[in-house]
Design a protein around this ligand. Structure first.
Ligand SMILES: C[S@@+](CC[C@H](N)C(=O)[O-])C[C@H]1O[C@@H](n2cnc3c(N)ncnc32)[C@H](O)[C@@H]1O
Length: 275
């Protein structure tokens, strides 16, 4: 997108999970699951009443509702997303929740729509894992925070994502999805180093782990991704019949009453920009 000033926005990110109604529902349900962890993160960040916060890649809601409550009626929250459909959904979410101190902006970070050094807190959740240049985004997040402000990221590290009892179909399917996912699926593990590399100090880090059982929403997430990435996986050389047989074998295993899934580790890291 080119602006009147002649500035050029970066190309739209290749968010491979799409903006379907199903993805909207998945993100909202995921947000519910991760809400206690997000609250715990905000408890660690000293956000004064009246603070200004930015949620980058907010999707259909992100944590804009929690930020709205944390910053209070005198505060302000901006939700930014690269996808106009996500922003339309985020506006619906804000309206239905009566979030009067939230504005939703369509734009790609780094974005000319986002002022520099303007926010007390800049946050992203599950944004860097879907991007090929996470450092550039973190640098832009640090630039949007005021001197001495806070930046934080919540990202998964797929290394703990495993089923028990283990099954070869799980390992094989996961290894087929990793290279086509579109970002570093282990980025959660790198967050402290990445934050340090963009000049953040006072870095903190913690993590949350989740376990699922048959019937839980996320018990079959790997199968959902296998469906979404079907064409990319087969384009890499896996025959469609092989992929079908792998997914059906794994579906039967995951549906057994004694199979549990340990979710990816949700890593939260935060730090301050230079004063
Ligand atoms: C996995 S979704 C996460 C949504 C939300 N943060 C949550 O936790 O529910 C990632 C979102 O980031 C958006 N996105 C990806 N790259 C972006 C960028 N550079 N600037 C703004 N939004 C971006 C995508 O359009 C998508 O809506």
């Amino acid at each position: 997108m080119t602006h009147d000033s002649g500035r050029t926005e970066p190309p739209a990110p290749d968010y491979r999970l799409g903006a379907s109604e199903r993805e909207r529902q998945r993100l909202l349900a995921q947000g519910d699951l991760l809400r206690p962890a997000a609250r715990a993160l905000l408890d660690r960040i000293p956000l004064a009443d009246g603070a200004r916060a930015l949620d980058v890649g907010c999707g259909p809601l992100g944590i804009t509702d929690l930020l709205s409550a944390a910053t209070g009626p005198r505060g302000h929250v901006t939700g930014l997303d690269a996808d106009p459909q996500m922003i339309a959904w985020a506006r619906e979410s804000a309206a239905s929740r009566h979030l009067s101190n939230v504005s939703l902006v369509h734009g790609i970070l780094p974005s000319p729509e986002i002022p520099q050094a303007a926010f007390d807190f800049v946050h992203c959740r599950l944004l860097l894992i879907n991007n090929t240049d996470p450092r550039q985004i973190l640098r832009a997040m640090a630039g949007a925070a005021r001197p001495g402000g806070w930046i934080a990221a919540q990202e998964f590290d797929w290394s703990t994502w495993q089923c028990d009892p283990p099954h070869p179909a799980w390992d094989e399917l996961k290894s087929l999805i990793v290279p086509v996912f579109g970002g570093d699926v282990h980025i959660g593990a790198r967050l402290p180093t990445l934050l340090r590399s963009v000049g953040a100090t006072d870095i903190g880090v913690t993590a949350h782990v989740y376990y699922w059982r048959p019937g839980d929403l996320y018990q079959r997430l790997l199968l959902h991704f296998a469906g979404l990435f079907h064409d990319r996986i087969t384009a890499q050389g896996t025959h469609p019949d092989t992929l079908h047989s792998l997914t059906e074998t794994l579906r039967r295993h995951l549906d057994r009453p004694d199979t549990t899934v340990r979710e990816s580790l949700l890593v939260q890291a935060w730090g301050r920009t230079a004063r």
